[in-house]
Design a protein around this ligand. Sequence first.
Ligand SMILES: Nc1ncnc2c1ncn2[C@@H]1O[C@H](COP(=O)(O)OP(=O)(O)O)[C@@H](O)[C@H]1O
Ligand SMILES: [Mg+2]
Length: 255
Amino acid sequence: MNAAVDISGLTKAYAMDGETVHALRGIDLEVPEGDFVSIMGASGSGKSTLLNLLGCLDRPTAGRIVLGGEDVTTLDDDRRSEIRASRIGFVFQSYNLIPQLTVLENIEVPLYYQGQLDARGRQRSRELAEMVGLAERLKHRPTQLSGGQQQRVAIARSLVNDPRFILADEPTGNLDSATSEEILHLLLELNAQGKTIVMVTHEPDIGRLGKRIVRLHDGEVASDERLDTVEVRIQKSEVGSRRSDAEGHSDFPNP
Ligand SMILES: Nc1ncnc2c1ncn2[C@@H]1O[C@H](COP(=O)(O)OP(=O)(O)O)[C@@H](O)[C@H]1O
Ligand SMILES: [Mg+2]
């Protein structure tokens, strides 16, 4: 089976006021299907740069990213947009919801851009809203929701095209610890269903819930550590103390 992600020699330099900022200095990383990688490291170590490159939102200075067997670094912009829309779900710290749209409409946005907002797509969006616990909030607008609820909308939106691969940049960065826990459990359940997840976080308690921690230091991989089974990870973590059955049990309908 192809790795979900195969990164080699990945380099990114930004030109800034005549100086060069070396954000990534040759990253090699393989992520098998179904993995859950927490990317950690100090501010400025290159975490967001790596995630943006993985998400085909930006191009590297050198090196290769192969997603599901396809080298995305050499593709043209149209094909990269297609891959972004169909294969990758994005979750950001700041939710990035559209304030004028309702919960349901926000979830439907990626379908709209794909020209796939038909009855089936609408139904799927409604099911995803239910799945993230927002069945009673379909007509609310983002400002009428808590931060945790907004992040649930963003997660439902990231799933509407049924991507195999989810990229999350500090998904709990704006949330209190109880709400962070809920969001993490959502991600754990998605991972248990087989989604590959790469999540940036600087919070150790959050990072430890992944299957693996990759630490960046100054644009390089400083360490790459496999963690325990999900049960043990949840037991050890403050964040996961309320539930311990994320892997064995799922509330979600299989997409
Ligand atoms: N668009 C940009 N232009 C110039 N420099 C940038 C840009 N984006 C990031 N950088 C620089 O690249 C380095 C890595 O940034 P980033 O990937 O955002 O780090 P992290 O997410 O780990 O905090 C930092 O030194 C940052 O200032
Ligand atoms: Mg960042």
